[in-house]
Write a protein of this length. Structure first.
Length: 141
């Protein structure tokens, strides 16, 4: 792989990670609706592959979905939608695959933006700029 290819991968990885996190957030909201509805026909979830042009859907059971969400760096995608440059396939099922983001910055982003992860609780207000900043460590309650 040439220098240009490596540069392209490093430039696209943050955008891919951002897309994965956005779709994961949307899927979290849909899954909450699925749980509230308590009916047999579940709403479909979007593929979390990170490709901004992907509009594919997946239909995991609630237990399958929760098993993915138990790990902050895992995403649920359509089969063959994984990016081997940033993620490893953890398991494949008939309807979907589970991938774990392993690339350094992409992995950090996936963990830091996961609403079920403890880091999200460590956000605090930055007094100098009125922006929210990531706390360097979680503060005791």
């Amino acid at each position: 792989m040439g220098r240009d290819a490596l540069g392209l991968i490093s430039r696209l990885a943050p955008r891919e990670g951002d897309q994965q996190c956005l779709i994961r957030d949307a899927n979290e909201a849909i899954e909450r609706l699925n749980v509230k509805r308590e009916i047999t026909e579940r709403l479909e979830l979007r593929c979390e592959c990170g490709d901004t042009s992907c509009l594919e859907y997946i239909w995991p059971s609630h237990a399958e979905y929760e098993s993915v969400r138990a790990y902050g760096s895992r995403f649920i995608v359509r089969r063959n939608h994984e990016n081997p440059e940033t993620a490893s396939v953890i398991s494949e099922h008939e309807r979907f695959a589970i991938v774990e983001v392993v690339a350094g910055d992409a992995r950090y982003q996936a963990l830091a933006r996961n609403t079920r992860h403890a880091w999200v609780d460590a956000i605090f207000e930055d007094d100098d700029t009125s922006r929210q900043s990531q706390a360097p460590e979680r503060r005791p309650s």
